[in-house]
Design a protein around this ligand. Structure first.
Ligand code: ZN
Length: 459
């Protein structure tokens, strides 16, 4: 909006000890889209279900387990071992499907967690043994996973209750910054199963994860620590697990105060017409070599590859035209990725209207791009009148992407490759010219060798 209206914007934010304030001025500084935003971290399903190696994997698994037992059942959140999953860390040693099946032959197939829990009327001990003994024993049978990893150790409820002092649910809450013993985790697990089941029966809707719901959060923490113990991962406190499960970044008052102060300072400069003095400032977590934690810098210049503020407005998008739909292009690429509001899209080669913001082309939304003759090399002119934004979308066809999946790049990888090849060729050419001048050195080396040999003979 500010870019479209040509108004300066003071961008700021804080995250724990880190804070930053930046003035964005159209054409003079980098804009909000000049820097690529970090993508949210997700974990592969097989790491969560089969081979966790960090506590966060166990925490994510526990949130899924909560959903499986008490929430909206989502097949993507299954927590039982996944026999078909590939091992992302050892893709070349992947056994065939038959070999994988042979590994678990004879073992009863893991069944859905909710179904199992209902069949035993949510008996806490039985649910515990299903999640932490039976499923783990099944996982251990998938021997290809444990060639280079430590095998998980199954844990029975009865055994867990002997591991350390068992605090009651209420006492455990008072120890939220301490790491609970496994016996305490098992007690909390059992209490939570009972209480959450009561709540589920009372409620008309499935329960949903809420980090501030004491019973829900305690269940997730207890589950995560029991699973961590099984996979020999260090346990964490309820407090730490809550921060991970809720994606909590602690706010620090002094960071926020510095950021607020700098926002006002920059705003005053702009109001007083001193735009040239605008700075971007930021706080560091640790002092720099000169002992400073609060630093400033000149505003960064616009990124020449930015699709918003560069003259070319180019975006390179990798898709599988036989798989991606027009709807996927509109909703995922244009609206989600490029933040367009009401995009109109015209094929630059055929001048066909691909997407019209007034709904005229809605009939072709389910069609694949290839059906509209949009293939490798196509250039789509995308206009968003709602925010005066124009983007040229360069289509690069790749076959490995499925469905509406896409990858986006601000620079043309092919152009980059071409450039690199030309550079390489130029170097080779220069090398050819340089070689003759190296000859005397080679000659001298040979002469030295001869001299040395002669000296040997004399000796
Ligand atoms: Zn930009």
């Amino acid at each position: 909006m500010c870019y479209a209206a040509d108004r300066p914007l003071i961008e700021s934010g804080s995250s724990g000890y880190l804070g930053q304030v930046q003035v964005i001025m159209r054409g003079k500084t980098e804009c909000y889209e000049c820097q690529e935003k970090p993508k949210q971290v997700t974990f592969p399903g097989c790491t969560i279900r089969n081979t966790p190696s960090e506590h966060i994997h166990c925490t994510v698994w526990s949130k899924h387990a909560f959903n499986q037992l008490f929430g909206e059942v989502d097949i993507d959140d299954d927590v039982s071992p996944d026999m078909k999953a590939e091992d992302p860390e050892h893709p070349n040693e992947e056994p065939s499907q038959e070999e994988k099946e042979a590994e678990v032959a004879g073992a009863p197939k893991p069944i859905g967690t909710r179904q199992w829990a209902e069949s035993v009327e949510f008996d806490a001990e039985k649910v515990f043994d299903k999640l932490f003994t039976q499923d783990i024993e099944y996982l251990r049978k998938m021997t290809h996973l444990w060639k280079e990893r430590k095998q998980p150790t199954p844990l029975l409820f009865a055994r867990a209750m002997t591991m350390g002092k068992a605090l009651s649910f209420d006492d455990a809450q008072n120890q939220s910054s301490e790491v609970w013993s496994i016996a305490t985790c098992a007690t909390v697990f059992a209490t939570c199963i009972k209480e959450l089941l009561k709540e589920l029966k009372k409620s008309e809707n499935p329960l949903s994860f809420d980090k501030d719901h004491q019973m829900v959060m305690s269940f997730v923490a207890a589950c995560a620590n029991i699973r961590a113990n099984i996979f020999s991962i260090q346990l964490k406190s309820l407090f730490d697990i809550k921060a991970m499960a809720g994606n909590i970044i602690p706010a620090i008052a002094s960071t926020n105060a510095i950021v607020a102060g700098m926002i006002v300072t920059e705003a005053l400069k702009i109001i007083n017409g001193c735009e040239g003095d605008a700075k971007c400032s930021f706080t560091r977590k640790t002092p720099n070599p000169r002992g400073k934690v609060f630093l400033d810098d000149l505003p960064y210049p616009p990124n020449p590859n930015c699709y918003i503020c560069s003259a070319s407005h180019r975006v390179f998008i990798y898709v599988n035209p036989n798989e991606m739909t027009v709807q996927g292009l509109r909703d995922k690429v244009l609206k989600q990725e490029l933040n367009m509001i009401e995009p109109d899209v015209i094929d630059g080669n055929t001048f066909n209207v691909v997407i019209s913001s007034d709904g005229d082309t809605d009939a072709s939304l389910p069609k694949k791009l290839a059906e509209l003759s949009i293939s490798n090399g196509a250039v789509l002119n995308c206009d968003d009148f709602a925010q005066d934004l124009e983007v040229k979308l360069f289509i690069r066809a790749v076959s490995h992407l499925k469905g509406d999946a896409y990858e986006v790049s601000r620079v043309d990888e092919e152009e980059k490759k071409d450039k690199a090849e030309k550079e390489e060729a130029r170097k080779r050419k220069v090398g050819d010219e340089v070689e003759p001048s190296e000859e005397p050195d080679a000659k001298r080396a040979k002469e030295n060798q001869k001299e040395a040999a002669a000296a040997m003979e004399i000796m």
